[in-house]
Design a protein around this ligand. Structure first.
Ligand SMILES: Cc1cc2nc3c(=O)[nH]c(=O)nc-3n(C[C@H](O)[C@H](O)[C@H](O)COP(=O)(O)O)c2cc1C
Length: 167
């Protein structure tokens, strides 16, 4: 028998118990901060784009992942940039083989025009310096995923319903 008390505090208590029970049954859901930490610790990700109904996927190096979004860079001359200009909807896939954990993040990227950020990227990736010195900073294109929906997969949670984490 379930006794429901009318008071606000008790409703809160019952809700807490309910979610505790769910999280025990389905395993603990990762927090946004834990997801962002996972991305920083596993910075190479597969980036899927879709252009004219054709999928494309390639490895990309994460530049930054924090409360301001997920940042990566590419070249103005690359197909990736052209695909993102015509369709900015992406899915990113991060993986850690030791943990057997995969995190997919879907959302819409936007281009970031921030010369100071570009300078920091070139300072962090010195192999870009000669190219940018020769061609100018416009050839370096920076993208940001400001908000994404993350989906965590492990073998243990394989049969659980999908639970998205808002980033
Ligand atoms: C580990 C790894 C990291 C990479 N990081 C980037 C990156 O951050 N930006 C980028 O433009 N290409 C990166 N590449 C190269 C891309 O995967 C890809 O080959 C190239 O950008 C051309 O892709 P496109 O044909 O989609 O334009 C990386 C490749 C590897 C293997």
């Amino acid at each position: 028998m379930v006794v429901v008390f009318a008071s606000k505090n008790n409703t809160c208590f019952i809700n807490t118990l309910f979610f505790k029970k769910l999280s025990l049954k389905w395993g603990k859901i990762m927090t946004k901060d834990e997801v962002l930490e996972f991305l920083r610790n596993n910075p190479v990700f597969s980036l899927a784009t879709s252009d004219e109904n054709t999928p494309h996927v390639r490895n990309i190096m994460l530049y930054k992942a924090d409360d301001n979004g997920i940042i990566f860079s590419t070249g103005e001359n690359k197909d990736l940039h052209k695909q993102l200009e015509s369709n900015p909807m992406v899915e990113m896939c991060f993986f850690n083989p030791q943990e057997g954990k995969q995190i997919r993040i879907a959302g819409t990227v936007e281009q970031v025009e921030d010369i100071e950020l570009k300078k920091r990227i070139v300072a962090d990736y010195p192999f870009l310096k000669e190219w940018v010195d020769r061609e100018g900073y416009d050839v370096l294109v920076v993208y940001r995923l400001p908000h994404g929906k993350a989906l965590v997969w492990t073998m243990e949670t394989n049969f659980e319903p999908k639970r998205h984490i808002d980033l």
